[in-house]
Design a protein around this ligand. Structure first.
Ligand SMILES: C[S@@+](CC[C@H](N)C(=O)[O-])C[C@H]1O[C@@H](n2cnc3c(N)ncnc32)[C@H](O)[C@@H]1O
Length: 212
């Protein structure tokens, strides 16, 4: 999760209907040798720039492979993870979810603008609970508080397909190590893939099915 400087004025970035007046702007992101222009807005996470943790996640998470057909961007914000993943892997279907309606609209617009036709957006409540994912990418909303964060991760990590993997970026000083321990306590395999600039990238496997 990002630094506190990127919290929007006039509300929290995880509000369903942001209190901050709309103020669209463009953020330019140089990634994968390409320059992408994204529309962002007040009332969403990191409206002024690509978050450093998100950039690290996109750089350090293992490449998307053919088996990663069903992808989830959990907490999409204005959509950088969903759009970059979709452009890297045109054969994948990328679902981007967020509780913030403004974030969902921005992600849909950005995906359309980038030609990432394989991105779909949805409110979390509208996703079929039986849907499964081969890859989950997430810069989690640490600021919703530990109980809500644990509930959120439990719901979506339980939707990992067998053999699937989730990649999370979490700042060390915001509890990456205790989150890793909590995940292990739930029965997930957790690998610390990278530790850079105060962030950790965690690779999380599905909870193993109990032996028959
Ligand atoms: C740290 S931000 C990351 C945003 C974006 N992925 C990025 O990297 O710039 C976390 C996002 O999670 C969203 N969020 C908060 N609670 C959520 C929930 N219960 N379900 C889905 N998304 C949620 C927030 O609205 C926010 O957009």
């Amino acid at each position: 999760m990002a630094d506190p400087a990127v919290q929007p004025a006039g509300g929290q970035y995880f509000e369903a209907e942001p209190a901050a007046a709309s103020s669209p702007r463009t953020v330019v992101v140089d990634i994968d040798g390409t320059r992408l222009g994204f529309t962002t807005d007040s009332g969403v996470f990191s409206p002024g720039r690509l978050d450093a943790g998100t950039r690290l996640l996109l750089a350090e998470a293992p490449p998307i492979v053919d088996a990663d057909r069903r992808m989830l961007d959990l907490g999409c914000g204005w959509g950088p993870i969903a759009c970059v993943a979709a452009l890297r892997s045109p054969a994948a279907e990328v679902l981007a979810v967020d509780v913030n309606e403004r974030a969902l609209s921005l992600t849909a617009k950005n995906a359309a603008d980038q030609g990432a036709t394989n991105v779909k957006v949805a409110h979390p409540d509208d996703v079929d609970p039986g849907r499964r994912f081969d890859r989950i990418l997430c810069n989690p909303p640490i600021r919703i508080g530990k109980p809500a964060l644990h509930e959120l991760l439990a719901v979506w990590l339980d939707r990992l397909a067998p053999g699937g993997r989730a990649h999370l970026v979490v700042q060390r000083h915001l509890g990456s190590d205790s989150l890793a321990r909590w995940l292990e306590g739930r029965g997930h395999s957790v690998t610390r893939l990278a530790s850079k600039a105060g962030y950790r990238i965690l690779e999380v496997g599905p909870v193993a099915a109990p032996a028959p």
